[in-house]
Design a protein around this ligand. Structure first.
Ligand SMILES: *Cc1c(COP(=O)(O)O)cnc(C)c1O
Length: 451
């Protein structure tokens, strides 16, 4: 195989990527899952020139690509990519640094340190916290809860790292009734058992009730791990973190984790900071970068107040790989990994404190606009207090799932569904820097037309 010089290959990648990005505002947003794409299933015997491979990939994949980075994709909580973050992501691939150990990339180790401090600063978290750059909020939850497990068991005289969980004085885990499924998977992975978790009742916006938590805690002996949430995926509501921190703080041997995948970004804007007041009192936090900070997938942050607790749970070393707590891999479950921090750093440098606040505020204002436009239609009931970037609604007559399916077929925008208080509902999340008021207007017009 004759190698094509870098320039030609990268120019082709640039062109193919540019065509995709330029198509985002106008292409139908969703794609029917059944259609899929048709790839040649034969492994080629002879290879093809690199630029040709890229062209062929673009042609093959096009029919199955969803405009998730575009301005009218409102499914799940899906950010887009800021141009600066995409550029930095390409740079991360080009410099191809392994961020496992400081000695492998002093540059990226430094970027992780500085960026971690910036994130804590923006989110109002203790400045000396340790930050691990992981694939997303799922792994951030695993890491936070692993630090909790290690610390709580160590305080009970049990070294879970060495001795495992069999026979251990396992802490009692409490989660909100509206806990995110990734917390439950984290409990499964860590041997804490999702079914053992005590569910704490929530209010009508999905917020954990601190009075119920207090009563439950009063009846539990021994160490407790409480998993609270900033930003419920349907309503955007945050648990009352200050009250929860106060209740949890009354105990010895306790750990408070906050899953703030997207909701913790409320702390980055003075106008919404009150929604997550008290977040800084927790012991560990989860936050996504690939959702609301609008960096490309895959990036989230596991933040732990006590750096020693994090490295005790995550650290590793070997004779050939002398690593200590200063090495980035002591903060995450991975060994070798790419510099996923670079797009985060670039995005924050580009936006600055004001730009992050503006990004969050703009999305919230657009969600408010969407809710107002939808609520004006007599056939729609908006179900949540639109305090953040999530709008939850349902048709007064007819089926929420059918409405979402019709919206997907129409192609103007894409919205997801959920079950809220026992009945299907539609959820609309505004999390993309490129969405405009006109995008919202077009989208709510399409939704109401399809009722
Ligand atoms: C999205 C989300 C997660 C999972 O995040 P990933 O980045 O997909 O792993 C966890 N918790 C909450 C509250 C979320 O919104």
């Amino acid at each position: 195989m004759v190698e094509t010089p870098w320039d030609e290959t990268l120019d082709r990648a640039r062109r193919v990527a540019g065509e995709w990005l330029a198509s985002l505002p106008d292409r139908p947003v969703g794609r029917p899952v059944e259609d899929g794409v048709h790839l040649d299933e034969q492994l080629p015997t002879r290879g093809s020139p690199a630029p040709e491979v890229l062209d062929a990939l673009a042609a093959d994949l096009g029919p199955g690509l969803v405009a998730t980075p575009g301005p009218r994709y409102f499914g799940f909580v899906t950010g887009g990519s800021l141009p600066v973050a995409l550029g930095a992501d390409w740079m991360a691939a080009a410099v191809d640094q392994n961020v496992a150990a400081r000695v492998m990339s002093p540059a990226m180790a430094a970027v992780e340190e500085v960026t971690g401090r910036w994130v804590c600063d923006l989110l109002g978290l203790p400045p000396a916290s340790a930050v691990g750059f992981v694939t997303g909020a799922q792994m951030a939850n695993v890491v936070g809860l692993a630090a909790a497990r290690h610390t709580l068991l160590a305080a009970a005289g049990w070294d879970v790292g060495t001795d495992g969980l069999a026979g251990a004085p396992v802490p009692t885990v409490l989660v909100g009734e509206q806990v995110h499924s990734t917390i439950l998977r984290s409990l499964r992975l860590l041997g804490l058992g999702s079914g053992r978790a005590v569910r704490v009742a929530a209010d009508d916006q999905g917020r954990m009730r601190p009075d119920v938590l207090r009563d439950l805690l009063a009846a539990i002996d021994g160490p407790v791990l409480v998993c609270a949430q900033a930003g419920q995926v349907d309503t955007g509501a945050s648990d009352p973190l200050d009250a929860i921190a106060e209740v949890v703080g009354e105990r010895e041997q306790r750990w408070l984790h906050v899953d703030g995948a997207f909701g913790l970004w409320a702390a980055a804007t003075p106008a919404r900071r009150h929604l997550v007041a008290g977040a800084g009192l927790a012991d560990s936090w989860t936050v996504d970068a690939h959702k609301w900070l609008n960096v490309p997938y895959d990036c989230g942050m596991a933040i732990v107040r006590d750096p020693a607790a994090l490295t005790a749970a995550m650290g590793m070393s070997a004779a050939y790989l002398p690593m200590g707590s200063a090495d980035p891999s002591s903060r995450v479950p991975e060994s070798s990994r790419r510099a996923r921090v670079l797009p985060v750093h670039a995005a924050l440098r580009h936006l600055g404190r004001e730009g992050v606040a503006d990004l969050v505020e703009r999305c919230c204002a657009l969600a408010r606009q969407a809710a107002d436009e939808l609520a004006r239609h007599p056939g729609i009931e908006v179900l949540n207090d639109v305090v953040l970037n999530q709008v939850l609604f349902r048709p007064r007559a007819g089926d929420a799932r059918e409405l979402a399916a019709a919206v997907a077929r129409d192609g103007t925008c894409w919205v997801g569904t959920t079950v809220w208080q026992g009945r299907p509902a539609v959820r609309l999340s505004v999390s993309n820097w490129s969405t405009t008021p006109e995008d919202i207007r077009r989208s709510t017009a399409a939704i109401t037309r399809l009722l």
